[in-house]
Structure formats: structure tokens, C-alpha cells
Write a protein that binds this ligand. Structure first.
Ligand SMILES: Nc1ncnc2c1ncn2[C@@H]1O[C@H](COP(=O)(O)OP(=O)(O)O)[C@@H](O)[C@H]1O
Ligand SMILES: [Mg+2]
Length: 251
């Protein structure tokens, strides 16, 4: 069982890589997969073709914490588990849990606590867990999950994205995240941009594991609102991500 978390600056391709990881695992029959959308700007559901009806954040707004709503005969833990399972959307070969945006001024502690408790119990029922994150790493801090086997740092083909990936890597070390392996992915690259950026990637000692090309098929899928699960196996980005995931999930 592998837990993989995707991180990096906004707009670099985190959600795309997370969706392609889920797609890869389904294709290999490595199911069921637990997909977790831990970005408040949730859109992993869309890329997986799931209409998200309920988020963990919205459960909180409904008074998730209130003792008085608990039906008789249920313990608080049972109630939390029951409500969380309502927020778990079922796909073909995977389930999706969407964190959403918690109410209030950005304190994720409450939702984090709940999701950690729930996921600790839940994750054991899945072959693999794929977590799409916001840039800041809050949800993969130790409060959310115990261990991340692979941290995928995504940057698009520019110096700023690469430097942001380095900062995320440093942040993970500072937060003492339990990470098995960190891998750097250069996304949306052309041959020329990959060559031009290599010195910076080396200078920052980023653990480069894959170069994923700019793929017009992703743009088309986005415009047409088609889930990435439907992309062809030989689409350039899918093929490149496949090589990466062969390595990630072979352990
Ligand atoms: N390799 C790629 N080729 C073409 N478009 C891409 C590629 N990777 C991502 N995109 C596009 O870039 C945009 C941002 O990607 P997304 O995965 O949503 O980023 P993030 O989750 O980091 O904000 C989306 O429109 C997506 O379709
Ligand atoms: Mg995203």
C-alpha cells in the first residue's frame, strides 16, 4: 500500500498528476484507490468525473461538532464516522473524499483532526491513497496523515515554479513530515524548456524523476469537461506520467 501526496505551486499540474495517478492505478487493477482532495479550491472530483455533493468542510458547517445532533445509541466517534462516510463519493475503482473549504478564518485544525481520525481507519481498506494538496502542505502535516510514502513535487516549466518546489521540499523537512521519498516532476515542458531549466533543477538539488510534456489533449479535456480517466493511454502526458508511476508504485 502506497500513500502518495502531490504538492507544488498553484496551477502547476498537481490535480492533473493526482488524477493521472488514480487513472494509472485503476488501469493496473490496483484498486480500490482512496483519492483525497485536500485543496480548498477543490477540483480533483471534476478531473475524475465525480460530482462532489458534500465536503468535509460543509459537514463542519452543518454543526458536525455538535453533541446534540447525535442520534441516540450512537457514540460521538460512530457519528463522526457515519457523517464522514456520507462525504465519501464512490467512483469506479476509487472513492473520493473532498476536504473543501472549512468555515472561518483558515483554521483547518478541526477538519484536520476529523479527517486524520477517519483516514487512519479508512485508508486501511484501500490499496493506495492519492492526495491532491494545496501549496502550503497543511494537510500533509503530521496532523493529517501519519506517513506519506511518496511526496510528488510538481513544477511547471519556469524558474519560479522550480524554486517554489524547492521551498515546499524545505518546508516538508522543517515540518518534519514523515516522507519516504520526495520526487520532483517537471510538468508542461517542451524539449527546449526542459534543457534550459536543467541547470536550475540541478543547482537546487531537486530529485528529478519525470518530465511530463505539454499535452494539448489535457487542454481539450478541460474545455470539454471530460474526466482525465478517459484520456488515451498513449497521450503524451499520460505516457510520461505512466513511467513515473511505474517507479512510484513498484515498491
Ligand atoms: N502536461 C500538461 N499539458 C497541458 N496542460 C496541462 C498539463 N498539466 C496541467 N495542465 C493544465 O494546466 C492547468 C492547471 O493544472 P492543475 O492540475 O489544475 O494545476 P494545480 O492543481 O496545480 O492548480 C489545467 O488547465 C490543466 O489542464
Ligand atoms: Mg489543483
Amino acid at each position: 500500500m502506497t500513500t502518495i501526496a502531490v504538492a507544488g505551486k498553484g496551477g502547476t499540474g498537481k490535480t492533473t498528476l493526482a488524477a493521472l495517478a488514480v487513472r494509472y492505478l485503476i488501469g493496473k487493477g490496483e484498486t480500490p484507490v482512496l483519492a483525497v482532495d485536500a485543496d480548498p479550491n477543490s477540483n480533483l472530483g471534476q478531473t475524475l468525473g465525480i460530482d462532489v455533493m458534500l465536503t468535509v468542510g460543509s459537514l463542519r458547517e452543518q454543526g458536525f461538532a455538535g453533541q446534540r445532533d447525535i442520534p441516540g445509541g450512537m457514540t460521538k466517534d460512530q457519528f463522526v464516522e457515519y457523517k464522514m462516510s456520507e462525504a465519501l463519493a464512490e467512483g469506479d475503482g476509487f472513492d473520493l473524499l473532498t476536504m473543501g473549504r472549512p468555515e472561518g478564518a483558515g483554521c483547518y485544525c478541526f477538519a484536520n483532526n476529523l479527517i486524520r481520525r477517519f483516514m487512519d481507519g479508512l485508508a486501511g481498506g484501500y490499496r493506495h491513497t492519492v492526495m491532491d494538496n494545496e501549496a502550503g502542505l497543511e494537510h500533509i502535516s503530521r496532523r493529517t496523515t501519519r506517513r506519506t510514502d511518496v511526496l510528488l513535487l510538481v513544477a511547471d516549466a519556469g524558474v519560479r515554479g522550480i524554486q517554489a518546489a524547492r521551498r515546499v521540499l524545505d518546508l516538508a523537512a522543517e515540518m518534519k513530515l514523515e516522507v519516504g521519498e520526495s520526487l520532483f516532476v517537471l510538468n508542461r515542458a517542451t524539449d527546449a524548456s526542459a534543457v534550459a531549466l536543467m541547470p536550475e533543477i540541478e543547482r537546487l538539488e531537486l530529485p528529478l524523476a519525470a518530465v511530463v510534456p505539454e499535452d494539448p489533449g489535457l487542454f481539450t479535456a478541460e474545455i470539454e469537461g471530460r474526466p482525465l480517466l478517459e484520456l488515451d493511454d498513449d497521450a503524451p502526458a499520460v505516457a510520461a506520467a505512466g513511467g513515473l508511476f511505474d517507479r512510484v508504485f513498484s515498491k
